[in-house]
Design a protein around this ligand. Structure first.
Ligand SMILES: *Cc1c(COP(=O)(O)O)cnc(C)c1O
Length: 381
């Protein structure tokens, strides 16, 4: 038997869930109304109010939110949708679902996000939409991309999957977008287990998205029940989906939304502490862009040139009981999109190969953070 004390493992990410969420979920169960109902409607109102946008439509994930957002943008077969390759694969998949072609643009190596300079050369007569991602919770400069797209009649969808709690020019990230899509997966800051939200400015679009998430029904099941049943007959005017959120998820989401400011505050505090403690390495940690503030959903660091391979660094960290992760993936290096890029993507390939994500979550202690810093410094030497 080993006598060496085993240091508890430091996970890369842990959702901040507690008794309040457990009680809210239990209350939804006790009420007997577990499918989409009054709590989903309340979560939508609260989320829209938090952003200061007129409409929020709750769905089952950000992947389904992006699918609906692109339908709303009129994307169909033969169209091109410009996306960053440096993103979770769902960003590109949403275009593929509709028979459109994702066209991969490079990113700014400092933020991991699209810029007007990387987008502009790839716009064609077939470009129907651009998906601008707030990668890892760093706000993309949406205004710069809108300025290119709007005069050409191209829709801009903000993939704000990671962005709850981030800001762009003083407003919540996504608030200024024509359509934005959010994720509530446990890997993000605010979680409902699985879940997503589409927000938009246009009332008719919101009404259509509400129908599409529920089989194209003209009257939602919840409204039919609330109205006493038999009197209201629904019609099905186009093919839709079952992309609904449950009332159990929404009950959890309402609690999480109240905690969001504290979640962001603590993460930013811990990220600043990493930056200070890491010395010169800290300058390679993702930082706020000049146009906004991030939420540090993914606190990534670009390895210096002289450092070992990332796989080696990750192994050394794992040996010290620290779960770091590879940086953001690049869709054009995965089987479905291999070789599909039309232009070289040097910043994307650098970031996906040489960045890693450090443990950062609400309950990370300073003692744990000190261990990460010490292990990282020695792993990189
Ligand atoms: C997580 C993520 C998604 C997918 O979100 P789900 O809710 O898991 O479907 C999409 N885009 C980006 C950028 C993400 O980080």
């Amino acid at each position: 038997m080993s006598t060496v004390p085993v240091m508890p493992n430091i996970p890369v990410m842990v959702p901040w869930l507690g008794e309040e969420e457990a009680e809210a979920a239990a209350e939804a169960v006790r009420s007997g109304w577990v499918a989409q109902g009054p709590r989903v409607a309340e979560f939508e109102r609260a989320f829209a109010a938090h952003l200061g946008v007129p409409h929020a439509v709750a769905v089952s994930s950000c992947t389904t939110a992006l699918h609906l957002a692109l339908i709303g943008a009129g994307v169909g077969p033969g169209d091109e949708v410009l996306v960053p390759s440096l993103s979770f694969i769902a960003t590109a998949s949403a275009a593929t679902y509709l028979g459109a072609t994702p066209v991969f643009a490079d990113v700014d190596p400092a933020s991991g996000n699209l810029t007007a300079e990387t987008v502009q050369p790839l716009l064609t007569d077939r470009t129907k939409a651009v998906i601008a991602v707030d990668q890892g919770g760093v706000p993309v400069d949406l205004d710069a991309i809108e300025a290119l797209a709007r005069p050409r009649g191209i829709a801009v969808v903000e993939d704000a999957a990671c962005a709850a709690g981030a800001t762009l020019r003083g407003r919540p990230a996504g608030a200024g977008a024509g359509i934005a899509a959010y994720s509530f997966h446990p890997r993000k800051l605010l979680t409902t287990g699985e879940g997503g939200m589409v927000t938009c400015q246009d009332g008719e679009l919101a009404a259509r998205l509400r129908r599409l998430r529920e089989h194209g029904m003209s009257v939602s099941a919840a409204d039919r029940h609330a109205g006493g049943g038999a009197a209201v007959l629904e019609t099905y005017d186009e093919i839709g989906f079952n992309y609904r959120m449950t009332d159990i998820q929404a009950a959890i989401g309402l609690v999480q939304l109240r905690k969001l400011p504290e979640l962001v505050r603590r993460r930013r505090e811990l990220a600043d502490r990493y930056r200070r403690l890491l010395g010169p390495l800290g300058e390679r940690l993702v930082a706020d862009p000049e146009h906004g503030t991030g939420n540090y959903q993914s606190c990534w660091l670009l390895l210096p040139d002289g450092a070992p391979d990332r796989a080696e660094v990750l192994e050394r960290l794992a040996a010290a009981g620290i779960s770091a992760r590879r940086g953001i993936m690049a869709a054009h290096l995965e089987a479905p999109y291999k070789g599909a890029e039309r232009v070289p993507l040097p910043a994307t390939e650098l970031l996906t190969r040489r960045s890693l994500i450090l443990p950062l979550h609400h309950s990370l202690t300073e003692e744990q953070q000190d261990r990460v810093v010490a292990a990282l410094r020695s792993a990189v030497e």
